[in-house]
Every structure is written in C-alpha cells, then in structure tokens.
Design a protein around this ligand. Structure first.
Ligand SMILES: [Zn+2]
Length: 335
C-alpha cells in the first residue's frame, strides 16, 4: 500500500487503486468544474490526465476556479498550462498533459483516442454535443456536469447502456443560461465535480454507475434524481440505430471568419439551436452596456467588446481578430 493513497485504498481496494493508476482521463475544460475535478483526480492518483482548454486565467475566475492564483491571472497564463503547473505540485508521480486548444469537430477524435473516461467541464452545449458524439462513437464513458447560479446537474453517458446527451437535451433546464449571465457560486461547483469524480472512480474500477440524472440547488438545499434508462431515443442521431454523429461533421460546427480590416470575427453556428434574440436580450441586459435591440439584431457591449447577434444566429464579435477568443466570448453569452 502506497502511503499517500492509504485511506482511499482502504475504501476502493488495492486492485482498484492500481486501475486508477493505469487509467487515462480526459478533462474537457479547465474552468471551475475542470479545476475541481482535475484536482481530485490528481490527488486520487489517476495515472494519466489530459486537460484541454482554450482560455486564459482572468481575475473573475479566482472566486471558483480552485487551481489558479493571482499570479496566474496577472500573467494571463493559459488555464491548461496553469492547471498542469499546480497539479504537478500536488502530485508529481502522475503524467499530466496540458493542451491549449479549442475543442471542435476537427480535433475531438484525436483528443478522445485512448482515453478511459471523459469528464465534461465545458461551459457550452455546442462543445458538449461534439464530445458526446465522439464518446458514443468510440465507446468511451462521458460524465456530464453543468452548473449555473446555485443549481447543478450531472449524469453519465455509458455508450450502449444509457441514453446520450443528445437524447436528454430537452430534459436539461440549464440551456440558455451561462455563468456570465446569471452568475455562479463556488459550492455548487464542488458538488457537481464531486459527483462527476465519484462516477469516474466507479467507471475506472468497473463498479456499477447508477443510470440517473442528479440535480441540486445548494441555495435551497434541494436535490432530486431522475432515472434516465427509458429516455434513450431509438431515432437519436448519436446513439440510435442509424447514428450519423452529426456534431463530428464540419458542416454542423460553428464557423468563424476574421473580418479583414474590421478587428472583428464573425461566427456562424452550425447545428446547435440558438436562443431567440428576445431571450438573449433579457439575459444580457444586466451584464452589458449600450444594449440596442431591434427586429433584426441585438447589439451590446461586453467586457470591452461590441457584440452583435443576428436573428439567423450569426454573431459579430468586435475588438478581436482571434477566432478562438471570439468563440470563447460567444459561448459565455450563449450556452
Ligand atoms: Zn442519444
């Protein structure tokens, strides 16, 4: 028994501790949920961790993204890099790979290759649906997690056993809300990440994972669970009989065009549903300035960027020529 895992090994057993050591977990996103999950996985001795994130550390992250420090924010370090540095201090005996990248239909298959389990720690449904498609296609369990305000939810996609995220989309209440529009408190992050990491332990050690969607409102002290077994849809394009994995195709992914000479990037969403301009107008009114809404568009200023959303789902993000940065800002507003 290795001293550092002694207490965990008493609970899981020596053979199961060895299974954690041999595993390779992909954490998609290194924000609040990703920080919290990755720290627990590293401390638990999961032998190989890959963390992928496109953003950098900002001061507004420090309230809940537990791996990061003031100096990370001052240096504008990429989150994946800062996360790897901190995790290596926590556990130098595991292998940690940091990838600074957007996750999209072009790179997801390479990212999931050889992984034992995928932890969802993204902030938007477009990326989640891409990951869900790849997880089901390659038969890798995918542990969904999301939180906004004081509310959070989690369930596990077990390919071939449970419904997938695509099947359950209409049952998920957090769509259209993001941490940047309604805020979030850190305790709900810990709750959701704890459920996710527990599921990872169960999956890696071959234990049964309950087919339930757990949800919590930590402010109200409420929790509930729904059995998801019967929610699998035979016509689902991801896990149904004639699966086409639509989010792995370039046609259905969000396209970005740098608008030359305008210091702006245009985004054109692919297959994912975009909330109505009216709903978005309600969401942005409290968090942005200079809001202009008319029949055709919604324009507002957010963190120094002028953002224009059109009724057909297009968006123009002014003040950047970087498509990844533009996509990140877009997903903070539109989940
Ligand atoms: Zn499905």
């Amino acid at each position: 028994m290795i001293e550092r895992y002694k207490k965990q090994e008493l609970f899981l057993g020596r053979d199961n501790q060895a299974k954690l050591h041999d595993a390779h977990v992909l954490v998609v996103g290194a924000g609040a949920l990703g920080s919290s999950s990755a720290e627990m996985l590293a401390r638990a001795g999961v032998g190989n961790l890959t963390i992928v994130d496109r953003d950098y550390v900002e001061w507004s992250n420090l309230q809940r993204q537990q791996l990061y420090t003031e100096s990370d924010a001052s240096e504008t370090l990429p989150k994946a890099v800062a996360a790897k540095m901190r995790l290596s201090q926590i556990n130098s005996e595991i292998t940690i790979e940091a990838i600074v990248s957007d996750v999209n239909s072009q790179n997801i298959e390479e990212l999931v290759a050889g992984k034992s389990v995928i932890v969802d720690a993204t902030d938007n449904f477009e990326t989640r649906l891409i990951v869900n498609d790849a997880a089901v296609k390659f038969g890798i369990p995918f542990v969904f997690g999301a939180c906004v305000g004081s509310y959070g939810l989690s369930f596990t996609v077990q390919p071939g056993v449970t419904p997938c995220l695509h099947c359950l989309m209409d049952n998920l209440p957090t769509q259209g809300m993001t941490c940047d529009t309604v805020g979030v408190i850190s305790p709900i992050v810990s709750v959701v990440a704890s459920f996710q990491v527990t599921r990872v332990f169960q999956l890696l050690t071959g234990c049964e994972v309950p087919p339930v969607l757990n949800s919590f409102d930590i402010w109200r002290g409420e929790s509930s669970k729904i059995n998801i077994e019967k929610l699998k849809q035979s016509s689902c394009p991801t896990c149904g009989e004639a699966a086409t994995f639509p989010y792995l195709s370039f046609e259905n992914s969000t396209k970005t065009d740098v608008l030359c000479g305008r210091d702006a990037v245009q985004l054109r969403p692919g297959g994912a549903k975009v909330p109505s301009l009216e709903l978005l107008a309600q969401a942005v009114v409290g968090i942005s300035d200079e809001v202009i809404a008319n029949t055709y568009l919604l324009s507002f200023k957010y963190e120094g960027h002028r953002i224009v959303l059109f009724r057909d789902g297009r968006a123009i993000i002014h003040g950047t020529n970087d498509p990844v940065r533009a996509r990140s800002i877009y997903n903070r507003i539109i989940s």
